[in-house]
Design a protein around this ligand. Structure first.
Ligand code: NAG
Ligand code: NAG
Ligand code: NAG
Ligand code: NAG
Length: 398
């Protein structure tokens, strides 16, 4: 094609885009207002039960005929907020590489809309998770779900099996140990640098159950931002190798660090890769021999496999889910209300200031924004649908 031809083609496609954009807006607006009108008309005739659902779905108080005018005025932000789901869907359809700025733009919009828990959406999602994965029964390996002699396949190296001998069986809790289930308010605390200076600590500590990932620091001044309460903390065996020298000379340091989590559960993916097993058992014995208050739990490989299938059907096709998404999924099943903190896979804040990868080191994301978007889009969708809540910025401490 000649240079002139390329320019023409570019202009033509720009024009087409503009046209599409206009079409999109003009068809959207009447549809949304029609929806509101129908909703208010229906509300006057419906049964109390239906009314309750309608009311919980609406972001505004129930409409009355006399207030229709007022509602029409305040409709614009509502409408914009109702379109958030479409904005997110459109992101997934882009064929070019995801850009941080696309996400940050949408997050800015999301933040400007009020968040409201949607009980019905929550129950539906929870039921779907329960039927695929059933965290309540299956999320950890217990004596109840794993009899002696079971040949258990690994999560990732699934051609390999490990036989649950008596000695392994004895390490397992008899039943799932979450005696407070269902918990009312749960916090899932990611390690994103966005937590630094967030002052979210007090709010996090007020939760009934606090999940954390990969043994993050929670003592000292940082606890103002991340809280100090922990009920469950995941531990990747690579940390045992890299930070604690396989619990040889650095075992005392490990025990000292782990003591800061009180009587939390320490959750290990012992049966995900064969190489994880020995390291995980070492943690179990180290804690047992020192009479530590923390209890070791093992992720059930079958649960993680089913969970991966669940998310794959929603387009999350990466090699393995992040512990953040695993734990957030568990929390939705174990808790009535879930709030996520420190989930921020971006290199800058919404206001364009650089943000470190973790709240406890100054590293910037190594490869930037790679596989995370697929997961993050799902999490944003859950937020927009009112199933769980994401904390994007500083916490309100007033
Ligand atoms: C995204 O693509 C799917 C098919 O791949 C289509 O059904 C859907 O309508 C598209 N969504 C948007 C918002 O463009
Ligand atoms: C587990 O595998 C071993 C050896 O491969 C076999 O002897 C045993 O019968 C299997 N146990 C069960 C419960 O399938
Ligand atoms: C921690 O906070 C105290 C006051 O609360 C302050 O005096 C101290 O300098 C802080 N330490 C660090 C390392 O920021
Ligand atoms: C946290 O924020 C403070 C103040 O802006 C900064 O000095 C510190 O380096 C930050 N820490 C990390 C790990 O980014």
């Amino acid at each position: 094609m000649r240079p002139g031809g390329a320019l023409l083609a570019l202009l033509a496609s720009l024009l087409l885009l503009l046209l599409l954009r206009l079409l999109w807006c003009s068809t959207d607006a009447p549809a949304s207002s029609r929806f509101l009108v129908e909703e208010s008309r229906e509300a006057t005739h419906s049964t109390p039960a239906a009314l309750r659902t309608l009311r919980s779905r609406a972001t505004q108080p129930p409409h009355t005929t006399s207030s229709t005018y007022l509602n029409a005025k305040s409709l614009q932000p509502t409408e914009r907020c109702q379109n958030l789901q479409d904005d997110l869907k459109a992101l997934s359809n882009k064929t070019r590489k995801y850009s941080e700025d696309d996400y940050l733009q949408i997050i800015t919009n999301i933040q400007s809309c009020p968040w409201k828990r949607q009980a019905e959406a929550y129950e539906n999602f929870r039921a779907k998770l329960a039927s695929c994965c059933d965290a309540v029964q299956n999320f950890i390996v217990s004596q109840n779900n794993t009899p002696v002699g079971t040949n258990m396949s690994y999560e990732v190296e699934s051609k390999s099996e490990i036989q649950i001998r008596e000695s392994i069986f004895d390490m397992l809790p008899v039943f799932q140990p979450f005696i407070g289930y269902p918990y009312n308010q749960c916090a899932v605390v990611g390690n994103g640098g966005i937590l630094n200076q967030s002052l979210c600590g007090a709010e996090i500590d007020k939760s009934d159950f606090v999940f954390r990932c990969n043994l993050p620091p929670t003592t000292g001044n940082i606890s103002n931002d991340v809280g100090s309460k922990t009920n469950l903390v995941t531990l990747n065996p690579s940390i045992i190798r890299l930070r604690y020298g396989n619990l040889k000379e650095k075992k005392a340091v490990f025990l000292e660090d782990i003591a800061t989590y009180g009587d939390a559960f320490v959750l290990l993916p012992a049966f995900s890769f064969r190489a994880n097993t020995a390291a995980s058992f070492k943690v179990y014995y180290a804690l047992k021999e020192s009479n530590s208050r923390q209890k070791v739990l093992f992720f059930h490989p079958k649960y993680l496999k089913h969970l991966a299938v669940f998310w794959r059907t929603k387009g999350v096709t990466e090699y393995r889910l992040s512990s953040g998404l695993m734990i957030a999924s568990v929390a939705v099943e174990l808790c009535e209300n879930v709030k996520l903190y420190g989930f921020w896979p971006f290199s800058k804040t919404g206001e364009n200031t650089p943000v470190s990868h973790h709240y406890y080191d100054n590293k910037l994301p190594k490869r930037g924004f790679h596989e995370m978007p697929k997961e993050y889009r799902q999490i944003l969708q859950l937020h927009v649908k009112g199933i769980l809540q994401l904390q994007f910025s500083k916490c309100d401490t007033s």
